[in-house]
Structures are given as structure tokens and as C-alpha cells.
Design a protein around this ligand. Structure first.
Ligand code: SAH
Ligand code: SF4
Length: 392
């Protein structure tokens, strides 16, 4: 962490660990409405009244951010005591918290013993900010420029674990109860660790929780799900969640994309573009974001900028040029700034505004997969080899 300029590490006031991690009572924080109803029935609430109780709990948990049952003043003391007996309101614990000079906050969150994910809050110059959440621990896809792809442990996060990332960040930013004014987290982006479309059921449930108007109320149109191109799930994502779509493109021809995003061998560009065009509700106010990481001498030529414009013709699109964020021993370099600007210029002239994503939180390695890497540097390929060796 020698690049860090202004680090405030481990937060001593971090909310205590979740039931899953502490092996204590199950936490209601992160549950769906149906799960809250079941929880109410479990403590003896008349099933006819369970829906009403679930609504009350929902409001306390997701609007007020309650961390104690004592706060729930419209629920009788007896019932509160019964709930506290069986359940908790604990969130997963922030294991490491880094604050960049530019206001970016990066959290390493422990979901269960040894199971950690990253969540990053990126404030914007305007009165808005995006929370970048993880959908998996690690990733199975091995994009060559991405550090998450080299990490060994992979498991899908539950809906509760995804929703809890938002709750933990809101605890840290002190933004309960939910207000329409003065919010810091105005947008959610699924651009943390993992491939969200390999975990669509849980991602979809989590979006139901996060977007609900009686709770955290971060709307579907303010939520963006980024995929490396899991073609068969793209339309379904739109139908089930109504969120904005982002595609990690990074190359304009199959040869190069096969190398950078190996999933392209399974779902090549032509199929990917077809699937994108079927995303429900696309129009000029609901555009697809195309992410394009700028890799020096690899995908950053002027010819490729032109090819990009040509490839996206007919698709309502925004383009995000992402300066490559290097990680230890990464096989690429970030393109020179002049080259990024020349590339952006071509894209701008074709009608796509302000496409360069300013690097944020560089002093705290806020790129994908980098905080966790400090403690876990085993490459997936090495781990597979170790497993094979152990078998023989
Ligand atoms: N798995 C999903 C979402 C997580 S990655 C996906 O691939 O879309 C979120 C974004 O970060 C992707 O566009 C990814 O390509 C980009 N990214 C990954 N590693 C990066 C790095 N080292 N520098 C810059 N961008 C990176
Ligand atoms: Fe996985 Fe996305 Fe990283 Fe590719 S870029 S390895 S899909 S997290």
C-alpha cells in the first residue's frame, strides 16, 4: 500500500459481523420480503398478520437502517424481544476501509470467515455517487487484464450479501434514513468482483431489495449491470431487472477479444451484438454502456477507434474508455494519455460525449480485484495445479 496518500484503514466503529460470519442468529438485514414474512411466522406471528409485520420490518431495516430491534417502536416490546431472540440485524463486517484523497472509499467486506468481497464508493463531482458492488467472490472468467480473474476462490454471493454491501456503505457514509435529497449513493454499478450474469437469480433479488421505493430506493434506471458478454442471459437480465446494461467490450474483432475476454470464444462479437440489440427498452435515453479498457499497443490504435464506432452503429450507446489500472505483475500497460485522447476524439466526433473515465482512487488501488489481492495472491492457475498435484 505504498502508493496510498491518505489511508484510514480498519474502521473501529464498523458494524459487527453478520450472523453467517459469526455463527450467531440469522440476520434479517438483506432478506427479501418473502423471507421476512417467513421469519415473522417463525417467531409465532399469525400467518394472516405476517405480511403486515414484514412490511414494518422492511421499513425499519431498509428505510431507517435499524441496527437494533429496540428502535422498532411500532412493534410491541414482546414481539421485539421474540425477534431479538431468534434473529439479528447485523451486517457483514468491514475488514479494511481505505479512503482516497479524491473521496473514493474502498471496503473489503468479510461476508463469512475467509469469504471477502470488495465494494467501492465513487463520489462524483456533481451531487451524486456510485457504489460499485461485487456479485461473486473471484471470477471464473480470466480476462487477461483483470486481477479478479486471477483469484482463486469463487462463489456466488447471496442476494443478502449483495444488498448488505449497500447497507454497509450507507452505515459508513451515515446515510440513514433514506432521503431523496443529500444522498451520497445515488447509483449502483455491478462492476466489482465477479460476473453478475453467472449469478442472475441472486443479483435480481438483490436489485429488488435495493431499488424498492419503501426502502433504499436506488432505482433500476440508476442501476447498471456490467457483463463480459454472457449472451444467453442478456435479454433475461433486462426482463427481470429493468436495469441499465453495460458490456465489457475491450476489442472490436474476435481475434483480440478472444485473447482479452476469453468468454468471447464461446459467444463471439456478432452474437453479442445481436443479444445487445434485443435488450428491452433500449432507446436514446436508455443506452448501453460499452466499457473499453485502454491497453497500450494492444487495442488503442486509431483504426480500432474507427472500428469501434462502426461496430456500435445502430445501437443506442455510451462509451466508457477506462484507463487500464495496473496490478502487480500485470501483463499490460495503460495507454499513453495522448493516445487515449486521440482515440476519444474519434469516438467523440462520432457523437459519443465525454467518454474517458477519470481514474479514481488510484492511491488506494480502487480497480477491480486489488484490495483483496493484498492478502491473497494465489493465481487460479497455480491453485488448479496445486489441486491436480494433490490428487496425483
Ligand atoms: N465481470 C463483469 C463486471 C465486473 S468487471 C464485467 O467484466 O463486465 C467491471 C469492469 O472493470 C469491466 O469493464 C472490466 O473489464 C473492468 N476492469 C477489470 N480490470 C480492470 C483493470 N485492471 N483496469 C481497468 N478496468 C478493469
Ligand atoms: Fe471476471 Fe469481469 Fe474480471 Fe473478466 S473483467 S475476469 S468477467 S470480473
Amino acid at each position: 500500500m505504498n502508493h496510498a496518500l491518505n489511508i484510514s484503514a480498519v474502521n473501529p466503529n464498523a458494524p459487527r459481523i453478520d450472523g453467517a460470519a459469526s455463527a450467531g442468529p440469522a440476520s434479517l438485514a438483506g432478506m427479501t420480503r418473502a423471507q421476512l414474512r417467513d421469519a415473522a411466522i417463525e417467531i409465532g406471528v399469525d400467518p394472516k398478520k405476517a405480511k403486515m409485520r414484514a412490511e414494518q420490518l422492511w421499513r425499519w431495516i431498509y428505510h431507517y437502517g435499524a441496527t437494533s430491534f429496540d428502535e422498532m417502536t411500532n412493534i410491541s416490546k414482546d414481539l421485539r424481544a421474540q425477534m431479538a431472540d431468534k434473529f439479528s440485524l447485523h451486517r457483514p463486517q468491514i475488514k479494511e476501509r481505505l479512503v482516497s484523497v479524491d473521496g473514493t472509499r474502498k471496503y473489503l467486506i468479510e461476508l463469512a470467515p475467509g469469504v471477502e468481497c470488495e465494494t467501492v464508493f465513487i463520489p462524483d463531482v456533481a451531487k451524486s455517487g456510485a457504489l460499485c458492488v461485487s456479485s461473486q467472490v473471484g471470477c471464473t472468467l480470466n480476462c487477461t487484464f483483470c486481477h479478479t480473474g486471477t483469484q482463486a476462490l469463487v462463489r456466488n454471493l447471496t442476494a443478502a450479501e449483495i444488498a448488505a454491501q449497500v447497507m454497509v456503505a450507507r452505515d459508513d457514509l451515515a446515510e440513514w434514513p433514506t432521503s431523496n435529497e443529500n444522498r451520497k449513493i445515488t447509483n449502483i454499478v455491478f462492476m466489482g468482483m465477479g460476473e453478475p450474469l453467472y449469478n442472475l437469480d441472486h443479483v435480481s433479488d438483490a436489485i429488488d431489495i435495493i431499488s424498492d421505493g419503501d426502502g433504499m430506493a436506488i432505482g433500476r434506471r440508476r442501476t447498471t449491470v456490467s457483463t463480459s458478454g454472457v449472451v444467453p442471459k442478456i435479454k433475461e437480465l433486462g426482463e427481470r431487472t429493468g436495469t441499465m446494461l453495460a458490456i465489457s467490450l475491450h476489442a472490436t474483432n474476435d481475434d483480440l477479444r478472444d485473447e482479452l475476454v476469453p468468454l468471447n470464444k464461446k459467444y463471439p462479437l456478432a452474437e453479442l451484438m445481436d443479444a445487445i440489440k434485443q435488450y428491452p427498452g433500449l432507446n436514446n435515453s436508455k443506452r448501453v454502456t460499452f466499457e473499453y479498457v485502454m491497453l497500450k499497443g494492444v487495442n488503442d490504435s486509431i483504426a480500432e477507434a474507427r472500428a469501434l464506432v462502426k461496430l456500435l452503429k445502430g445501437v443506442p450507446a455510451k462509451i466508457n474508455l477506462i484507463p487500464f489500472n495496473p496490478w502487480p505483475n500485470s501483463p499490460y500497460e495503460c495507454s499513453d494519455w495522448d493516445q487515449i485522447e486521440a482515440f476519444a476524439d474519434i469516438v467523440n466526433r462520432a457523437g459519443y460525449a465525454s467518454p474517458i473515465r477519470t481514474p479514481r482512487g488510484r492511491d488506494i488501488f480502487a480497480a477491480c480485484g486489488q484490495l483483496r489481492s493484498e492478502s491473497k495472491k494465489v493465481r487460479a492457475s497455480e491453485l488448479r495445479k496445486q489441486r491436480m498435484d494433490a490428487k496425483t
